[in-house]
Design a binder for this molecule. Structure first.
Ligand code: SF4
Length: 710
């Protein structure tokens, strides 16, 4: 990671205006968005959007032709090109041929994608953004920090400074006054501009209609007052039929700004007359810029389902800390990383892809149903293929892939750590490692790993068997969690085996784009976990469970290693997470809770992979309640804790504030105990609370239940 990139992250993190505004907005957003969707079946709406935009992405040529036919029949002119340079050239020629001196623009990301303003300004044409936020950032010489709210990073005082400095001295830091001032200044530009440029939110092939939505009404003035209207439309905005507009218009304002409808929905199906009765010129530029190529890519085609609502940004735990400028390009956040890799160049996403913590929150909210974290992993894989893996990473994976070497190194480390470990924690590391313990204590490596303890655990002989997949953390840091799982399953009449050949689940390699390494991990684990005939393969780590159940298959598919798929599927069919299995056993009456227990308050933290990939969130709550706990829900229980596997080591400056927010939410519940189903989250949250000095116990659900079951 370049120093400049790291510096830009730190600048953003230390900008209280940015983090404050984004933090407040993202908190309010979730509540108001939920209200806006009341009475609407979000899943049904987004399925319709995904289906209709997915269909459009498969028929781009056909839809572009139909759209062109329809709108040209009413007097518009359509120019279609793949080349951003040709878009710039077309608009400049048009402006010069028509003696255009001033252009007014309403918000258009497609125009920013091709740096149109600079090009026109270089030729002596004045370009005025008319969306208030866009105008502010234009005056400030900045780029938008958010796709929908371009100037969210600026305070009213800063806006006042910009207006006073760049437009007219003597403004006041008062929002209504600033808005009135901007309106007055922009009005005169609308009246004198000879050309108006817009984008479009939707382009309907069936009717040749452009749909433009705004809250300020500026698009109506841009499209009606100047003699020439140019609409720059990315071809992914095409949909087949007019009916396709309905789900998009249902979701877009609700997801973008939690509004039921934007203030202005403008539909343009052809040129309208000028005020003097002469016909207006309407030019529609259907811009490709690799969108067609994207539609032919089986993985990335789904990114064309994006409706640019930015809700993926609003709910991203990283974006709300760093904002959009660190992305360095027009499109920001997770989807922006993907679009940048395509519309700019794959290497442009090399650093920014590392910002994604893989929590999956965005996918849950995306009205286009886009698997943003999955596509970012695919970018990482392609970057790793193009550039090769970094040497240090290669060396680490070489060790992790050699189970015996890796485990003997951990055993040696367990001895070497003695002078640094106290009460199960390492609170300070020396030298260049000190960053790792700055914001949280680390767990000490266990004196005896679970794999060594296992043979000494007495178990009943049962016909029903489960293989326990511990994952590295339970095996080497928290063996007591594994012992609790074994104890519970034994109570249900299930004997647990611990296949010795099990090794790292491959998540660290997969998250780094090293799919070949992850595939080798998968093969070793499949051999180990299927070595005995068992009814269940159970894991108490959601990341490992996802790897065993989904990622092994996805990895083999990505690499074309189809011969490995049948055994990967055989394993996946047996894999279950801890809480789902225990709930099933309780429901079947094979496990019962001790009666009359009143254990007090507990708050529960949802681990990202458990909640969003495995869809498990109610099960552990129900089990804890049945055990006798009173659940006191924390705010944003399903927001990431900042662990993200090796993310917290690579980007501790981002991991730390995410954790800080989580700890505050935990403390606010007043519960003396926080439970969770993930040893990684335990490591992060327990370590954070230890550093903080808070006396709140952090435990895996298995540890809490083990004592409460008969
Ligand atoms: S990826 Fe999804 S959530 Fe993000 S801007 Fe696009 S449609 Fe909205």
């Amino acid at each position: 990671m370049r120093k400049e990139f790291r510096d830009s992250i730190n600048t953003a993190l230390h900008n209280p205006n940015l983090t404050g505004a984004l933090g407040r907005f993202s908190e309010a957003y979730r509540i108001s968005r939920e209200k806006a969707y009341e009475g609407i079946d979000f899943e049904a709406v987004r399925t319709q959007i995904a289906d209709r935009k997915g269909y459009a992405a498969s028929h781009l040529d056909e839809l572009a032709d139909r759209f062109t036919q329809q709108i040209e029949a009413r007097g518009a002119k359509v120019f279609r090109t793949d080349d951003p340079a040709k878009v710039r050239e077309y608009i400049l020629n048009l402006a010069q041929q028509n003696g255009v001196k001033t252009v007014v623009k309403s918000k258009s990301m497609a125009s920013e994608e091709i740096h149109l303003n600079k090009h026109l300004e270089k030729a002596g044409i004045e370009v005025r953004e008319t969306d208030l936020g866009e105008w502010i950032v234009q005056l400030a010489g900045q780029t938008p920090s958010h796709m929908v709210m371009p100037a969210i990073h600026m305070t009213k005082e800063e806006v006042d400074d910009v207006f006073s400095d760049k437009v007219e001295q003597g403004q006041a830091a008062d929002i209504p006054k600033l808005v009135k001032f901007a309106r007055g200044k922009l009005r005169t530009k609308f009246l004198c501009a000879e050309m108006g440029i817009t984008g479009a939110n939707i382009a309907v092939a069936e009717t040749g209609t452009l749909v433009v939505i705004t809250n300020e009404g500026n698009a109506r003035l841009v499209t009606t007052l100047p003699r020439i209207h140019v609409a720059i439309v990315g071809i992914e905005k095409l949909v087949s039929e007019f009916a396709d507009v309905v789900p998009i218009l249902t979701a877009l304002p609700r997801s973008a700004t939690a509004q039921l409808l934007t203030s202005y929905v403008t539909m343009i199906s052809g040129p309208v007359p000028n005020t003097d009765g002469t016909p207006k010129q309407l030019h529609v530029i259907l811009m490709d810029n690799r969108r067609t190529e994207m539609s032919h890519d089986p993985k990335f085609k789904q990114a064309l389902q994006c409706v640019r609502c930015a809700s993926c940004l609003n709910v991203c735990p990283v974006f709300r800390l760093v904002g959009g400028h660190v992305f360095g390009k027009i499109y920001t956040g997770g989807i922006g990383t993907i679009l940048t890799a395509w519309f700019d160049a794959l290497r442009s996403s090399d650093e920014i892809q590392s910002l994604c913590i893989q929590c999956g929150n965005c996918t849950q909210f995306c009205p286009g149903k886009i698997d943003i974290p999955g596509l970012i992993l695919e970018l990482r894989r392609r970057i790793a293929v193009e550039k090769g893996q970094p040497l240090a990473q290669k060396a680490i994976f070489k060790v992790v892939n050699n189970r015996r070497l890796f485990h003997s190194m951990l055993r040696t480390a367990s001895l070497a750590q003695k002078p640094l470990a106290k009460d199960g924690f390492i609170r300070h590391l020396p030298f260049f490692l000190s960053d790792m313990t700055e914001f949280r204590s680390l767990p000490a490596i266990a004196d005896e790993p679970l794999r060594d303890k296992f043979a000494k655990i007495e178990q009943p002989k049962c016909t029903e068997k489960a293989a326990f997949y511990s994952g590295c953390l339970i095996d080497f840091a928290y063996p007591e969690m594994g012992e609790s799982v074994i104890k519970i399953l034994n109570k249900a009449g299930i004997e647990v085996i611990f296949p010795e050949g099990q090794t790292c689940c491959g998540a660290p390699a997969r998250f780094s784009g090293a799919y070949e390494v992850a595939a080798q991990n998968a093969k070793d684990n499949i051999d180990a976990m299927l070595s005995e005939d068992v009814q269940y393969v159970v894991s108490a780590c959601p990341t490992c469970t996802v790897a065993l159940k989904h990622d092994f298959i996805a990895n083999f598919e990505s690499l074309g290693q189809t011969e490995s798929l049948p055994r990967a599927r055989e394993l996946a069919a047996k894999v279950t997470d801890f809480s789902s299995l225990v709930k099933k056993l309780v429901d079947e009456g094979r496990l019962t809770f001790k009666e009359g227990r009143q254990l007090g308050k507990v708050t529960y933290h949802d681990s990202c992979h458990l909640k969003r990939t495995l869809n498990v969130s109610e099960q552990p709550r129900e089990l804890l309640t049945k055990a006798g706990y009173e659940i006191s829900e924390m705010y944003e229980a399903d927001m990431c804790c900042g662990m993200g596997g090796s993310y917290s080591l690579k980007l501790p400056e981002i991991s730390a504030p995410i954790l800080e927010r989580k700890l505050k939410n935990i403390k606010d519940t007043g519960a003396p105990l926080v439970a969770m189903d993930c040893p990684g989250c335990v490591m992060q949250i327990r370590g954070g609370l230890d550093k903080d000095g808070a006396e709140i116990k952090v435990e895996h659900t298995a540890q809490r239940l083990a004592e409460e079951l008969e």
